[in-house]
Design a binder for this molecule. Structure first.
Ligand code: SF4
Length: 323
């Protein structure tokens, strides 16, 4: 298939909280090495590690910090646990802004969960000494605001097969987009990008996929810059929410339609039953996809062959084996 030939061989640049790669930068001199990230994913990702608390000079070991809701103005601040006078909120915001020059060249970011600096969501916020899980780490929050289209995820959530597959798929899509932009694309390149990802969009949200299709149809009425900005915004929002089994079934049946007159009755029945078994949750997605790939090897189709749907990330990662 054509997309296999063009699957990047250069490692994808990904930002990461340093402690997740085993660097001893935590408050107590420890780390939180994640073997899936540091092992499996490092074959495909080039990690750029950064510890915001070290960068603002807190050192190791250091006093622990936490998010606290300020009773006076309702703002959330990041302060010392023992010494609440030690307020590092603005230093963390400043250090986040100072990293923009290299974060702009990333295709994803993996954050350490629960951290008042690096946590993406549900970080404890203390109020009248009662914590509620409603906060965002100061450093992570600033980066996500500055780069709203950058795929981000927490290491804890990567333990969930569906979220892991979705994050890695988003990273590969975003990286392909960045590579296309770097080449100085013509209008036709945007149309081709859309065509090759269309089935992925359909597996996430049919209405969103149609809206992106309408945007592409209006490409000649927009400046290239406006089009690219709007397409990226809609695309990244669309794939942020994982694809559903129901939508995958629709896409698989859609692909099945391309084989209608090419399969004999027995093969047609086997394919139908396999998709049905997937629909019922008895089989993972890799099974109907493998069967479809087998048929398209014998009966190639240009649209299906160029589509990223059946291989949105390297098969060696085996991400569709458990969803
Ligand atoms: S969570 Fe972030 S701030 Fe804390 S040790 Fe890890 S990289 Fe540093």
């Amino acid at each position: 298939m054509r997309h296999s030939e063009t699957m990047t061989t250069v490692k994808i640049p990904i930002g990461i909280s340093s402690c997740l790669l085993g660097e001893r930068v935590r408050f107590d001199g420890g780390h939180k090495n994640n073997s899936y990230i540091a092992g499996t994913l490092s074959d495909y990702f080039e990690f750029r590690a950064f510890c915001p608390e070290m960068a603002i000079g807190l050192g190791v070991p250091r006093e622990t910090i936490r998010l606290v809701k300020d009773e006076r103005d309702g703002d959330t601040r990041c302060v010392g646990v023992k010494n609440a006078e030690m307020d590092v909120t603005s230093r963390l915001k400043t250090v986040a802004a100072e990293q923009s020059h290299w974060v702009a060249h990333l295709s994803g970011y993996i954050f350490k969960k629960d951290s008042p600096s690096c946590g993406m969501e549900r970080v404890k916020v203390y109020f009248n000494s009662n914590p509620e899980r409603s906060g965002v780490g100061v450093y992570a929050g600033e980066l996500m605001e500055e780069f709203p289209c950058l795929p981000t995820e927490e290491e804890g959530r990567l333990g969930d097969a569906g979220l892991r597959e979705n994050f890695i798929k988003r990273v590969f899509m975003y990286d392909r987009w960045r590579q296309m932009i770097a080449r100085g694309p013509a209008r036709q390149d945007f149309v081709e990008f859309h065509t090759r990802h269309k089935l992925i969009y359909m597996s996430h949200n049919q209405n969103g996929a149609r809206a992106l299709g309408r945007l592409v149809a209006s490409i000649s009425t927009l400046s290239q810059e406006d089009f690219a900005e709007e397409y990226l915004r809609q695309m990244t929002a669309l794939v942020k929410k994982p694809a559903t089994r129901k939508n995958h079934v629709n896409v698989l049946q859609h692909i099945q339609g391309y084989l209608k007159r090419k399969l004999d009755a027995e093969d047609r029945q086997e394919l139908k039953e396999t998709i049905d078994q997937y629909r019922l949750g008895y089989l993972p997605l890799i099974v109907p996809i493998t069967l479809l790939k087998h048929h398209f090897r014998r009966e190639p189709d240009e649209f299906i062959g160029n589509s990223y749907y059946m291989e949105p990330h390297p098969k060696e990662l085996m991400l569709t084996n458990s969803i």
